[in-house]
Design a protein around this ligand. Structure first.
Ligand code: THU
Length: 188
């Protein structure tokens, strides 16, 4: 038995002004996209904006339904819009933000687990990382270099029959990395 520590790095910007103009603009677009949300049930509106490789910016909001399980996150309606715009689109960066009608304080918005899986699928297809810019109601912005960082030990298409076997699934169990044997991982 040995333990292994998995980690990823994020960048935290205390304010928008520390970002470059392109990232600032994308966050502004995500903020504006809050108005595209249809969130009459949760009253939690999410806006997401994507910068594509060709410079196009597309944005969308969450879309709810009286049948709650049919609610779609902003990231899902956004990826649908991108696919409709160009099925081969390459996404460089996605900015995500939100607003709760009760005006509660929101830390930088974290994509839900399902959206992490959806974004990972895009990243694997396009074979290049999608950066994320996460913003809440505060000034702070969190930057994540790649969607796969948000979903360690992910399930992906490479486990499935008929998919290319040349690449191993991401589960980083056999690679050379720091061995944390003896560390307090909480794993018995
Ligand atoms: N929501 C998103 O749009 N993105 C996320 O990553 C988290 C949650 C939406 C779904 C639902 O309409 C509302 O927020 C409350 O869960």
């Amino acid at each position: 038995m040995h333990s292994k520590r998995l980690h990823f790095d994020i960048k935290i910007f205390d304010s928008n002004t520390e970002l470059n103009a392109s990232d600032r603009k994308l966050i502004r677009e995500a903020k504006d996209a809050i108005l595209k949300a249809y969130a009459i049930y949760s009253q939690f509106m999410v806006g997401a904006a994507a910068l594509l490789e060709d410079g196009t910016i597309l944005s969308s909001g969450n879309q709810e339904n009286a049948s709650y399980p049919l609610c779609l996150c902003a990231e899902q309606t956004l990826t649908g819009a991108i696919r409709s715009h160009d099925p081969n689109a390459v996404i460089k960066t996605i900015a995500i933000t939100g607003f709760s009608l009760d005006e509660r304080y929101l830390p930088p918005l974290a994509p839900c687990g399902g959206c992490r899986q959806i974004l990972l699928e895009w990243e694997l297809r396009q074979e290049s990382p999608i950066r994320l810019l996460l913003k809440g109601t505060e000034d702070r912005v969190v930057m994540i270099g790649s969607c796969k960082d948000l979903l360690p030990l992910a399930f992906d298409g490479r486990y499935l029959p008929g998919q290319p076997l040349s690449e191993e699934p991401e589960m980083p169990l056999d690679d050379e990395g720091p061995d944390d044997s003896g560390g307090d991982s909480g794993i018995e």
